[in-house]
Design a protein around this ligand. Structure first.
Ligand code: ZN
Length: 359
């Protein structure tokens, strides 16, 4: 006798259970998030070899320093002090050419100092200035450094930047991004939601001043090469400000609060997460933009499932996002951690903070 076919129960679907577990972990993890800061804050600092001269007589220190600063300035090693007790930093070893010794180099360039030193030695010093107190402490064991403490950076560098309430909010918005992915992947009958997550992205943009979701976007790169979820989300934010370039199907009718997102999904999200949805103000096509409202994503927080690519990250710079949060690293194209760190490029005219560590 044949067994009756198994009943299809959504709760028993292992794939749904997996993604639901993931969402629960994101929401409930007690771990704080961590900031992606300049590489030199976390990684080992590059060093540079330098010559140091031990001075015979302390009374010669002042004139020696004055002379060296004038004739052999330290240039890129300005963060280092010139003197440490009776040791004087002379120059990087790379300044010497033609196998000459440091004694010969001094005799050729600063003859007035040729009898000042008792002996010379080579040491390795940090090639970059310390940014954190602990780096300053370590650097000082090798050579004395100039240092200007930055309390905000200190706080970001240790993983307890957000308080409990803030953390709960960030985790909720990231969980919403996963709920959105689940909704659309299920709709398109993806067989394995977890592996499909690696091929798609969702962006949630939040105005923290009113704790409201300003936009949600799901990847449309299969149909349009530029319509990554972050690009779509920024364009949709522009639509709330009398701008925007892309025509996105308005699935919610004239009461639409978020372009391109199904009303059924919005209702679900509001019910499940008790979250506000909508921008502070939505301007009509003929309304002025000079009423003091935000410029694109100024002050907004951006949550993406996967680390944004260089195009999306640069768009977030242009859009003036305040903070970007991502869950999964994008080892092939990620522009905030894996391939480059756009937030740490010094010459850009806007910087945002980047946080990850949701799982
Ligand atoms: Zn992208």
């Amino acid at each position: 006798m044949e067994e009756p076919p198994a009943k299809k129960a959504k709760a028993a679907d292992p794939v749904s259970e997996n993604i639901d577990n993931l969402i629960e972990n994101i929401k409930n993890s007690p771990n704080n998030l961590h900031a992606i800061l300049n590489l030199e804050i976390h990684d080992s600092i590059p060093t540079e070899k330098v010559y140091v001269g031990h001075i015979k007589n302390s009374k010669d220190l002042s004139i020696t320093i004055l002379t060296l600063n004038e004739i052999i300035p330290l240039k890129q090693l300005q963060h280092l002090k010139r003197v440490r007790k009776k040791d004087v930093l002379l120059c990087p070893t790379s300044y010497l050419t033609n196998n000459s010794s440091i004694q010969e180099f001094l005799e050729a360039n600063v003859p007035s100092l040729r009898h000042v030193f008792e002996y010379f030695k080579e040491i390795e010093v940090p090639a970059l200035p310390p940014k954190l107190k602990r780096q300053h402490f370590e650097f000082n064991k090798v050579w004395s450094c100039n240092f200007h403490p930055n309390e905000y950076l200190e706080k970001m560098a240790v993983d307890n930047f957000f308080n409990e309430a803030e953390l709960k909010n960030h985790r909720m918005y990231m969980a919403i991004a996963f709920d959105v992915a689940k909704f659309y992947l299920e709709k398109t009958n993806n067989v394995n939601l977890i592996s499909s997550l690696n091929l798609t992205n969702v962006t949630v943009i939040v105005d923290p001043s009113i704790s409201s979701i300003v936009d949600i976007a799901f990847d449309n790169r299969e149909n349009h090469p530029l319509q990554h979820s972050t690009m779509l989300a920024i364009d949709n934010v522009a639509k709330t400000q009398n701008g925007g370039a892309w025509n996105v199907d308005n699935k919610n009718g004239i009461d639409n609060k978020l372009w391109g997102i199904d009303k059924e999904l919005l209702d679900d999200l509001q019910q499940k997460h008790d979250v506000c949805i909508g921008a502070r103000q939505v301007r009509g096509k003929n309304e002025s933009c000079d009423d003091g409202g935000p410029y694109l994503c100024t002050g907004y927080y951006v949550y993406t499932i996967r680390e944004p690519c260089i195009m999306c990250s640069m768009a977030l710079v242009h859009a003036r996002a305040k903070r970007v949060f991502f869950c999964f690293e994008n080892t092939s194209f990620g522009a905030l951690k894996c391939k480059t760190q756009l937030q740490n490029v010094p010459f850009l005219n806007h910087r945002f903070e980047v946080f990850t560590g949701f799982l």
